[in-house]
Design a protein around this ligand. Structure first.
Ligand SMILES: Cc1cc2nc3c(=O)[nH]c(=O)nc-3n(C[C@H](O)[C@H](O)[C@H](O)COP(=O)(O)OP(=O)(O)OC[C@H]3O[C@@H](n4cnc5c(N)ncnc54)[C@H](O)[C@@H]3O)c2cc1C
Length: 329
């Protein structure tokens, strides 16, 4: 599935996770001439930079926009804007909203990931189930029993998933590091994507964070200009999401649609529900990435290290690339 002609490929660097952290780390490492392979269990690239199509409707159902505080990330956004990948969505949406640009992907948030992936060797649809350290290199074992032999690894999955992979391959962690990683938890988020038979009434700029009730965020992807027909994304807040996590998703979706009635105005003709178990990390690590093992190198990166946002994950990916290059060059 990974390489039709070579079922057990070798690489200098294997990056697990084609979210923003993994893709930016890969881009940096490739520039230095190393062989890099990126794999992801998802059907496409982007991770939580996620866009879904339902019929004619398009929804951003993960990250809604990106912002930049760090000059390096701000410069990357400028480059993506020039390349036609992102557009400023809005700056200020009301009295409680800070005046700084919020950027959206031109065809949805996955546009950013697709742009970054285009010159990389990225293989979606490949779930790693175990990571084995054979003392000189790593063996990544996939669901279908294929393997990749890698001289080094950057692991960008949410921390609980990364820990599972590390444990399942028998890689030992020092107690302090293990405890630190186990203390990183994530807020869940139940997301509803609804198609309505007419315009909806979400205040300008088409994205809004209600101050009370179960809804943390509601957005009109039509006004956001990524959908050609009315398409509403609703994100439940963390407490509603965890209280209702185990319940029937369609029923929970219905409850959220009822809570959103005042904004929807038109009838809902179809809806889907997605659960983000690892939506945003709580208890982010102080370091922008974590070197688990010097030789062969194994580094953890992602928003749990750089900060709970697309920007934080990006900064972590870049830092992981620097750390890895220091170890292998
Ligand atoms: C509902 C929601 C709303 C958000 N809103 C915003 C927002 O408006 N602005 C903002 O800046 N941030 C927002 N965020 C946070 C932001 O999306 C994340 O911080 C960021 O995208 C994380 O990037 P990452 O690369 O660290 O992780 P991810 O994007 O999660 O990438 C990790 C990848 O690893 C893959 N993976 C995991 N396990 C395996 C395995 N075993 N084998 C292969 N692949 C594996 C996953 O499939 C995933 O693609 C939001 C997140 C959610 C869920």
């Amino acid at each position: 599935m990974i390489h039709s002609k070579n079922s057990n490929p070798e690489t200098d660097v294997l990056i697990i996770g084609a979210g923003i952290a993994g893709l930016l780390a890969a881009t940096e490492i490739k520039k230095s001439g190393h062989r890099v392979i990126v794999v992801d269990k998802g059907r496409g690239v982007g991770g939580r930079l996620a866009t879904r199509r339902i019929g004619q409707a398009t929804f951003d159902h993960g990250a809604q926009f990106i912002t930049a505080r760090h000059p390096r990330f701000a410069a990357a956004i400028q480059e993506w804007e020039k390349a036609g990948v992102v557009t400023e969505w809005y700056r200020n949406s009301g009295t409680h909203s800070e005046d700084h640009p919020r950027w959206r992907g031109n065809s949805g948030m996955t546009a950013i990931a697709k742009y970054l992936a285009k010159d990389l060797s990225v293989f979606p649809g490949n779930r790693v189930i175990s990571l084995v350290n054979d003392s000189k290199r790593f063996v990544a074992i996939f669901e279908n029993n294929e393997k990749i032999f890698a001289n080094s690894i950057i692991l960008t999955a949410p921390v609980p998933q990364s820990l599972e992979l590390i444990k399942s391959g028998g890689i030992e962690l020092a107690t302090k590091m293990k405890n630190r990683l186990e203390s990183i938890t994530y807020e869940p988020c139940i997301a509803v994507m609804a198609i309505t038979d007419g315009p909806v009434k979400i205040p300008s700029p088409g994205g809004f964070a209600p101050e009370s009730g179960p809804i943390a965020w509601i957005a009109d992807n039509y006004v956001k200009k990524i959908s050609t027909i009315p398409a509403v994304t609703i994100h439940a807040n963390a407490s509603f999401s965890s209280e209702n996590w185990e319940k029937d998703r369609k029923e929970v979706g219905k409850e959220l649609l009822m809570a959103a009635e005042a904004f929807l105005v038109s009838d809902v003709v179809d809806y889907q529900v997605h659960g983000w178990l690892y939506s945003k990390p709580v208890g982010v690590s102080e370091d922008a990435c974590l070197i688990v093992c010097d030789y062969p190198p194994l580094i953890l990166a992602g928003d749990a290290f750089g900060g709970p946002s697309v920007e934080g994950a990006a900064l972590s990916g870049w830092e992981a690339a620097v750390c890895l290059k220091t170890l292998i060059e």
